[in-house]
Design a protein around this ligand. Structure first.
Ligand SMILES: C[S@@+](CC[C@H](N)C(=O)[O-])C[C@H]1O[C@@H](n2cnc3c(N)ncnc32)[C@H](O)[C@@H]1O
Length: 484
């Protein structure tokens, strides 16, 4: 069967993206999410005419594609090329990334300038222009045939030509080092391998393509995923805010969409003290330490703990970060408390303010009650030597009334209705799911709350949280460890 015959008979008339280019990972176009984190499939078309639209391709031999495109071209003597280029002929040429609109003709004596089809159509209107006349350019256009191959098309174009018209080409993916992370829709799943294969071919630096298999529902917020193309390799390196992070994407949490949020919080923590209760592999902790902060970073996931230590090492901030592997509640009631008591007794260099970051949006608010009465009986009530404590606590809410919901949750779990809260919408996670960050100064009344007898794990006199405290018993208690 000839290659051309291998194209499906019907034509995908929709114009999609365009041709060319292996992707430069730094220069992808962006959908809703901020630049850098979410990349869209390549789309390099810059002309209004899509002369490269593809007929539907056969899944079996799509890589053997050959498409002949006939351009209208200006035939020019070689000696005139520079002058025409300087004179602005480019604006009439067919422009597309990595596509050369200047072609060399017979014996290097002539050049062809491939024209934008629209310009060619209106050639009569501009053929007498001074630029052409002064350069002795023929006033007749000629046909110039270009043969395009698989390498010339981008992922978007190839996939549009392979997938049935009713199946959308996946538009965005996350990039984690050499891994492209997709979240395919049900109707795209039957084509997952071909989608992965094309991405592997077309996206520079990607050697593994994975698809998210279900919502994150495990304790350590690790994505469940399936390799749909490339190597089964998950250990990778990413960069964020001048820091380098090594991680095993199959075992720890990493989300490039949080990059802006990491930066926002790190900016607030001006070379003071940071307690990171759910630190992951260190995207708050490492840059804060690099800025000169003293950091206490904790994560219950043994793999996060391992990579956190590794990242502390490779970013040369080992002396600035103490790492812990505890349940968040234990970290607050033991480590945060112990360090705060020490700060209060320090004669010199006592920090004025500490920051506490709690990025476990599914349940961080449920850990807030660990601060209630934290200093009661340990430090004199309202001790002025105790540094002020700014908390940044994350949560998920519905879209409607997101700010109010976030505030209510925090107040409820702190048992404190009179509290000034700053609420920041971090990102839209799903159609009706927002990730919010609530920042506030921990009230003294909370830290010195009277300890009443505990009943069923709840303090009497406090509001009772609606959801159960999954954090009350660390699942991996016996694995608690500390490295400084
Ligand atoms: C959403 S991730 C955030 C990680 C990191 N801070 C970031 O911004 O990428 C939440 C982290 O909390 C950890 N975690 C989950 N439950 C925990 C618990 N009970 N105590 C301490 N860490 C926990 C998970 O392992 C995960 O690394």
């Amino acid at each position: 069967m000839s290659l051309r015959n291998s194209y499906r008979v019907f034509n995908c008339l929709k114009s999609f993206g365009s041709l060319s280019s292996r992707l430069n990972p730094e220069k992808f176009f962006i959908t809703k999410a901020p630049l850098k984190y979410v990349t869209t499939m390549p789309s390099s078309q810059v002309n209004s005419h899509n002369v490269f639209s593809l007929s539907c391709l056969n899944e079996e031999n799509f890589k053997e594609i050959e498409k002949k495109v006939t351009f209208k071209a200006l035939k020019i003597p070689t000696g005139s090329l520079q002058s025409l280029l300087k004179g602005g002929i480019k604006r009439r040429a067919y422009k597309r990334k990595k596509f050369n609109f200047v072609r060399t003709g017979e014996g290097n004596n002539v050049h062809y300038i491939l024209l934008d089809p629209e310009e060619a159509e209106h050639f009569e209107n501009w053929k007498e222009c001074p630029l052409l006349t002064s350069n002795n350019v023929q006033k007749e256009l000629v046909d110039y045939e270009v043969t395009l191959k698989y390498e010339d098309f981008d992922a978007d174009e190839i996939l549009r030509a392979i997938l049935p018209a009713e199946v959308e080409v996946p538009t965005a993916f996350s990039r984690i080092g050499h891994i492209a992370h997709l979240n395919l829709r049900d109707e795209q799943i039957p084509y997952k391998n071909i989608i992965g294969e094309v991405m592997l071919d077309k996206i520079h630096g990607i050697t593994t393509v994975v698809n998210k298999t279900n919502e994150i529902c495990n304790q350590f917020r690790v994505f469940n995923m399936e390799v749909i193309a490339g190597e089964n390799s998950f250990i990778t390196t990413v960069r964020e805010h001048h820091c380098q992070f090594e991680l095993d994407f199959s075992k720890v949490y990493w989300n490039p969409r949080l990059s802006t949020e990491h930066e926002r919080i790190v900016k607030k923590v001006s070379c003071g003290v940071l307690f990171d209760v759910f630190a992951g592999i260190g995207p708050f902790a490492i840059p804060a330490a690099k800025k000169g902060c003293q950091v206490y970073a904790n994560d219950l996931n043994p793999d996060s703990f391992k990579w956190l230590q590794q990242n502390r090492k490779i970013n040369k901030v080992k002396d600035k970060i103490e790492c812990y592997m505890m349940d968040g509640r234990q970290f607050i009631t033991n480590i945060v408390k112990e360090k705060m008591v020490n700060f209060a007794s320090q004669e010199e260099d006592r920090p004025m303010r500490v920051h506490v970051v709690m990025n476990l949006p599914a349940s961080a608010v449920e850990f807030l009650d660990a601060f209630r009465g934290l200093f009661t009986g340990t430090l004199p009530e309202g001790d002025e030597n105790v540094p002020a404590m700014s908390v940044h606590c994350y949560c998920f809410t519905k879209k409607e009334g997101a700010e109010d919901d976030a505030c209510q949750m925090v107040k409820h779990h702190l048992g404190c209705s009179n509290l000034h809260l700053d609420v920041h919408n971090v990102r839209n996670v799903a159609p009706n799911k927002e990730m919010m960050c609530v920042s506030f100064q921990m009230p003294k009344e909370t830290l010195w709350e009277a300890k009443e007898e505990e009943h069923d794990g709840q303090k009497r006199g406090c509001d009772s949280p609606e959801t159960s405290h999954t954090s009350k018993k660390p699942k991996l208690e016996d694995e608690v460890s500390h490295v400084s």
